[in-house]
Design a protein around this ligand. Structure first.
Ligand code: KE4
Length: 428
């Protein structure tokens, strides 16, 4: 039997950092990344046979849990008929129709292969539609690794201290302006400082990529009003929140209307799929209907669309979202009981089935609320949980996720483990 350590050594000889995506490398928490072999429901098993309750869910897609029978059957059945045609299929139409029915503001959508591709395509479309070049994002938010977004970005870029990545031309980075999340004045100042030049404001309506940071009441509506006043498009990046926080994502939950919506993760059911969509008059500018070019060999491929359709259909069953919220509430109650027994500065923030336990006094309302965040303590918590068979995100600046597959026993076990782990951190 091979071990994670042996695999990691092999991997580092042929893959940068030994991983296919930086946040997986455990650089933020130390130690050797766990190599997984299988997952089922709320559980994952590593190559050494150890089992964990999974609170990462592949960073959000697995809202039904691992290897959900309906998803697996749909993918296998599609694969038997051919994995890709590079031509239109009925499943693409069915998934786009499902998205349009669920997402209040999406009249038309284009399927792509990742959240990154969806976000960079949405930005290009906003620039093409408005004829403007500048974009406003928020410090600590992450919209994939498109050049325009790797300026004070969140997620792994924040974790590894490269929020503004080398390789992004200064001339392009200069067109990206960073406002402060939950601070409308910071947005207004940039818009008024560059009248008629801002194509779009892009935001994670509930941030997942500096940890879970909810919008203050009125913040999202305020962005809507500012965009309307200044002729900029409002792009909601719902790669994490879409189809998770409500059938229609955060825009349904908070009652705010996007001009464009970026989607990923859940909508692909665990296979490579993203989407961007919005007002029909804007999407009409996308090739081949319009001049804004975007293309992809595997866009809308039969396997990912089969997984996405099966996932969205399962989420359409009565009570699914109430059940998800109930699981989040149960976990929050358990974690808060554990926090009450600790003297450490801690802050727990949750929306539905996404949450973060911060080693900071809080409340965390924007990136600069994290100045006192003890990521070293988070690293200790992470490993203490791992030893107890609970897999948390290997980085403080990420959200963790529950799925419909997490049982009450799983949730109580997570809370119990957090309580014990906090004791270890405190005693360290
Ligand atoms: P992908 O290209 O990774 O499918 O999506 C990019 C993306 C866009 N927008 C938001 C709000 C996102 O959270 C993401 C990706 N999220 C990270 C974790 N926070 C994915 C994990 C990783 O980078 O390995």
């Amino acid at each position: 039997m091979t071990t994670s350590k042996e695999l990691f050594e092999r991997a580092q000889r042929v893959i940068p950092g030994g991983v296919s995506s930086p946040v997986r490398a455990f650089k933020a928490v130390g130690g050797t990344p766990v190599f997984f072999r299988s997952g089922r429901g709320s559980r994952v098993a590593d190559v050494e046979g150890r089992e964990y309750v999974d609170c990462v869910g592949s960073w959000g897609p697995l809202i039904l849990g691992h290897a959900h029978p309906e998803v697996v059957e749909a993918v296998v059945e599609a694969a038997r008929r051919g994995t890709t045609f590079g031509a239109p299929t009925e499943a693409e139409v069915e998934l786009a129709e499902l998205i349009a029915r669920r997402m209040p503001s999406v009249e038309k959508a284009r399927l792509v292969s990742s959240g990154t591709e969806a976000a960079l395509s949405a930005l290009r479309l906003a620039r093409g539609f408005t004829g403007r070049d500048r974009v406003i994002k928020f410090e600590g938010c992450y919209h994939g690794h498109g050049d325009s977004f790797l300026v004070k970005a969140g997620s792994g870029a924040l974790t590894f201290g490269t929020p503004s990545s080398p390789g992004v031309p200064a001339a392009l980075a200069a067109l990206t302006h960073n406002a402060r999340f939950n601070d409308l004045d910071s947005v207004r100042a940039i818009l008024e400082g560059h009248p008629g030049e801002v194509a779009a404001v892009i935001v994670e309506p509930v941030v997942g990529n500096m940890g879970c940071v909810p919008p203050r009441p009125g913040f999202l509506q305020g962005l809507r009003e500012l965009c309307d006043r200044h002729g900029a498009l409002l792009i909601l990046d719902e790669v994490i929140t879409g189809f998770r926080l409500a059938p229609g994502g955060a825009q349904e939950l908070y009652g705010v209307r996007a001009d464009l919506t970026v989607m990923g993760k859940v909508v692909g059911g665990g296979l490579p799929l993203g989407a961007y969509g919005g007002r029909a008059e804007i999407l009409a500018r996308v090739a081949p209907e319009g001049p804004v070019y975007q293309a992809g060999t595997l866009s809308g491929n039969p396997l990912a669309t089969a997984a996405g359709i099966a996932t969205l259909k399962a989420l359409g069953r009565p009570g699914a979202y109430e059940e998800l919220d109930g699981k989040g509430r149960r976990l929050e109650e358990g974690v808060r009981r554990a926090m009450a027994r600790s003297s450490l500065p801690l802050c727990f923030q949750r929306v539905g089935s996404m949450a973060t336990l911060f080693f900071a006094r809080g409340p965390v309302e924007s990136l600069d609320s994290l100045g006192d965040c003890r990521t070293d303590r988070y690293a200790k918590l992470f490993h203490a949980l791992l030893r107890r068979g609970v897999y948390f995100p290997p980085a403080q600046y990420e959200a963790f996720f529950l799925s419909l597959a997490h049982s009450d026993e799983d949730i109580d076990r997570i809370a119990q483990a957090v309580g014990e782990a906090l004791g270890e951190v405190e005693g360290a």
